[in-house]
Design a protein around this ligand. Sequence first.
Ligand code: SF4
Ligand code: SF4
Length: 446
Amino acid sequence: MTLLRWFGRKTFSHGVHPQTHKEETADKPIRRLPFAPRLIVPLAQHAGKPSRPIVKVGQEVLRGQLIAEADGFMSVPQHAPATGVVEAITLMPSAQGPRMLSIVIKVYAASSQEVLWRTPRDMHTLNAEQIVQAVQESGIVGLGGAAFPSHVKLKPPKEAVIETILVNGCECEPYLTTDHRVMIEQTDDLIRGIQYAMRVVNAKQAIIGVEDNKPEAIATLRNHLPTDGTIRVEALVTKYPQGSDRMLISSLLGREVPSGARSSSIGVLVNNVGTLAAMGRLLSRGEGLIERVITVAGPGVQRPGNYLVPIGTPLRFLLEQVGFSGGEQQVILGGPMMGNAIASLDVPITKGSSGVLVLSNNEIESETRTIHPCIKCGKCVAACPMHLNPTQLGMLARKREYDTMLEKFHLMDCIECGCCSFVCPSSIPLVQYFRIAKSIMRERAA
Ligand code: SF4
Ligand code: SF4
């Protein structure tokens, strides 16, 4: 237990304090973005197996209609984000790099915002198994960025006894205020979603962890809590990466998840606020996930804010709507610490996209800076929240000694938070090295 926990300020050890840059969007209410003329719905925008298309080219589809079904349990369906006609089912640019099979919908000019395809459910009558099925049918995935199918998360291994649901409202990435607005504007949906999740796994309590730089969200949530005491809100120290599952568990419960294990092994399930709010809103209506809230911000954006964006909206269209000055700037999907620079503005917004940032090259971590030799300052070791040795891992990565990284230096425990790169005075792109090393080791193991 850290000293801060002893003094009542809950947090984890190590981590960093980047400038938050949240002022320009934190107070901006969520606004709806119009439909782009074409929406690109990738079939593999979640962890697991891609969805299977069930529509044909030339077919008319209604907003909300099922257009691709889940391919097994580790998969989710896709729904039409707007009314229109299926123009193509073909390979299209994706944020991941390679082109991906996608359903392209030519949106009718008169497509309304009303969802025209839904199957309402009486949630009071559903048992745990039926709620899990409803979550899968809605195509809900982790909206914090991981895009892990939410129904799979709600089915922990049989031997696991889930006592606590931790609700991640930290949003520790600079610039992003999506979750902040969801907590303020979709509070009832969020509480309902938490209660559904608690019913499914039979959890006794839920704790919503929110960084203490969001007092309005904390106050709003506390005003909406049920009176039975099963859900509470805890303010956490504003520190990156407070919103990582492992850090949240450490900060709120003072417990560690064993290396290589899931949080369910210690009786905890972690879910993001946006994901649970989507469950609270969509399940009873019987609607699919067809839009999400996204923070669009950065010095290159003329009208920064939080926008409700149809899934499949091309980045180019989104940036035109918010005023994009172009030029020597980088477009980042996600936050500046863990997001990815995007090479093509033709890629679509997907269910896992939490933010779009337009930053100048100076504001982007190590990528554009000159790399110098390691001066053994130890700053990366002091910053690593997983208590790894990034100096040593970095030296091994340069020599491609991936086996040693794995066996002796716990490579797979790296959560790719980027704290090490952030503090490194030599601008060594440590986290990029570790991402590559991890993907090589995963490929070798497959
Ligand atoms: S990226 Fe990995 S090694 Fe670097 S600080 Fe984060 S957990 Fe530690
Ligand atoms: S922070 Fe950079 S320079 Fe310092 S020990 Fe780590 S890798 Fe070396």
